[in-house]
Design a protein around this ligand. Structure first.
Ligand code: TXA
Ligand code: MG
Length: 351
């Protein structure tokens, strides 16, 4: 299959191109497109055959449900059995935006999309290109991140092509995404809502709108988290792992820098290729290895935006050992640490 590329500027949307892309989706094809979080790999969510092609293209386990994307808040109604009051409040506050809400699914949502669950995750992305495509297709669009399974989620069109060129019908190149990590997932089907995946919208921001929410124990940022079964099936799989061995060093900045310098020197002496994941504040303090800054530590969006690209870059550079600084475990830092810990296979030391 030849993957066709469509370049569509989010500030100057060309309707004829959107129509072509929407047509591919309506015919049961696969189209990757940008959202504000990461690139998604879209298919008609109401067409089981189309959705099953997503699993094939990504090499994704079939029990891992897909998020359904909509272009209008009202589109939720047909897809769910009921909309709880707290979900209405969340939709009003955060949609369009990086929040996926888990509802009890209605009959029209195929089990082939929900990994056989009775629930469905729904989100309205905050991206003009994504919204135009979904609106024009006139059907809800199932879209996981457009990477092959286990690789970091794509934040640029080139990442999608790296993984899926020749395996999907088309990609819409709308430039780099804004946020760079996947949506926060909140399940509102239980008495007290539960966050199943941390993201750019934080627990505190959600609690401001609907009061107390819990956080799924399986995503707490500690080693024990692995002994809990994740309620979002996708959270249990190996993810984002670079090919090199990765270690996170956590603690006071000067201790972290000192330890990473020491570890890097040790490996370089053995002839190994070392990469260091640093920040603007610290990058000049490292002495050896390939140093990549994620951005300014004080600016969370700067960090989230560059995280997955950095993990991919380390692979391209064939880095064998990666040492990364840690991040605080609150606010957006919780989502950043969640992704880093998964990438490192929970390999972390405190100094
Ligand atoms: O930002 C995002 O959410 C991106 C963009 C493309 O929208 N999508 C994304 O999809 O990250 P994916 O498939 O890579 O991750 C979806 C996660 C998985 O961990 C999956 O298990 C969970 O959502 N999920 C989906 N439906 C669910 C459900 N009904 N119950 C529990 N977890 C669900
Ligand atoms: Mg994914």
């Amino acid at each position: 299959m030849v993957t066709k590329t469509y370049k569509i500027d989010k500030d100057n949307i060309k309707l004829p191109l959107i129509k072509e892309v929407a047509h591919i989706l309506c015919e049961g094809g696969l189209v990757a497109f940008p959202t504000e979080t990461v690139y998604g790999l879209g298919a008609n969510a109401l067409d089981i055959d189309a959705a099953s092609k997503i699993y094939m293209a990504k090499g994704r386990p079939s029990d891992n449900p897909l998020i359904v994307h909509i272009a209008h808040k009202e589109d939720v109604e047909k897809l769910v059995t009921n909309i709880p009051e707290n979900a209405k409040l969340l939709m009003d506050k955060f949609w369009p935006g990086p929040l996926t809400i888990i509802f009890n699914k209605s009959e029209i949502v195929p089990y082939g999309v929900t990994g056989n669950l009775e629930t469905v995750g729904i989100r309205m992305p905050d991206h003009s290109v994504a919204l135009a495509i979904i609106d024009e297709a006139g059907v809800p669009i199932a879209a996981p991140s457009a990477n092959t399974s286990t690789r970091p989620s794509p934040t640029k069109a080139s990442h999608v092509l790296e993984d899926l060129d020749g395996r999907i019908n088309a990609i819409v190149d709308g430039g780099d995404v804004n946020i760079g990590i996947e949506s926060t997932i909140v399940d509102v089907t239980s008495e007290i809502p539960v966050i199943l995946r941390p993201g750019y919208i934080t627990k505190a921001e959600i609690e401001q709108v609907i009061g107390l929410v819990n956080i799924d124990k399986a995503i707490l940022n500690n080693k024990n988290a692995d002994s809990f079964i994740a309620k979002a099936p996708g959270m249990k799989y190996k993810h984002y792992a670079p090919r090199g061995e990765m270690l996170i060093v956590e603690g006071k900045e000067e201790n972290v820098v000192c330890k990473i310098n020491e570890l890097a020197k040790e490996k370089i002496k053995l002839g190994k290729k070392v990469g260091i994941i640093a920040t603007e504040e610290t990058k000049d303090l490292y002495e050896d290895g390939i140093i990549i800054s994620l951005g300014r530590r004080v600016d969370e969006l700067d960090i989230t935006r560059h995280l997955f690209n950095t993990l991919r870059e380390l692979d391209t550079l064939e880095i064998e050992y990666i040492f990364s600084e840690g991040f605080t475990n609150d606010s957006v830092g919780q989502a950043i640490m969640n992704r880093l810990l998964k990438a490192a296979g929970h390999n972390i030391i405190k100094v």
